[in-house]
Design a protein around this ligand. Structure first.
Ligand SMILES: Cc1cc2nc3c(=O)[nH]c(=O)nc-3n(C[C@H](O)[C@H](O)[C@H](O)COP(=O)(O)O)c2cc1C
Length: 190
């Protein structure tokens, strides 16, 4: 089983990255192979809404997103990890998500599998936010659910931590990283 982790945080080795690393460590402990994509290391342009994907099912922008498509196709499970930025996923992650419009075109216009085969993949959403208020993750969750539905990925779980702001704050909480490790194990067992 291949588990793909995608981090959208621009703060390298920050809270999101630490959580994602633990999820993937948990997945490996159950025998999975893992791969990590750090979106900030990549050159991913925003969707231009040129609509060429509606005819071809491919995105004509030739940048690092092409390798992300391949990694998503290879994966059996996708862990999408992003901190909240203005109540949504980060701009870097949103660019990646919007570029999946070509996969939306495959599924809803061309009626072919969005990730190249009919496998149902598992999906986990990981997020942190500095504030601690009701409905903090609603906006980001809606975006990620829309993406997973487009990709035929089951929204099989979420790991959301409010009130985590400073770099490294996640590690100062007793249970957060442990929960992340367990979520990774559960993802593979499911
Ligand atoms: C541009 C920006 C916008 C942010 N917007 C929010 C927000 O809307 N809600 C919130 O709870 N935290 C917000 N935060 C705080 C981050 O979510 C928080 O610091 C988080 O722990 C960062 O995670 P990271 O270390 O993985 O990057 C924002 C931070 C930045 C830099």
């Amino acid at each position: 089983m291949m588990v793909l982790g995608i981090s959208g945080s621009p703060r390298l080795l920050g809270n999101t990255d630490q959580l994602l690393a633990e999820v993937l460590r948990g997945a490996r402990s159950e025998g999975a192979e893992t791969k990590t994509i750090t979106v900030c290391d990549l050159d991913i342009a925003p969707c231009q809404h040129c609509d060429s994907c509606l005819r071809t099912g491919e995105c004509k922008i030739n940048d690092d997103m092409q390798s992300v498509y391949s990694a998503m196709e290879d994966a059996d499970a996708i862990v999408l990890a992003s901190p909240l930025h203005f109540m949504g996923v980060t701009a870097q992650m949103k660019a990646l998500i919007d570029r999946c419009q070509s996969r939306w075109a495959r599924k809803y216009r061309l009626k072919v599998p969005p990730l190249g085969d009919k496998r149902r993949r598992q999906g986990l959403f990981v997020s942190v936010g500095g504030r601690d208020v009701a409905n903090l993750f609603d906006g980001a969750r809606a975006t990620v659910k829309a993406l997973f539905a487009t990709l035929d990925v089951d929204y099989s779980g979420e790991l959301l931590f409010a009130g985590i702001d400073e770099a490294g704050a996640i590690a100062r909480h007793a249970t957060t990283l442990k929960l992340a490790y367990q979520a990774g194990r559960k993802l593979v067992r499911a």
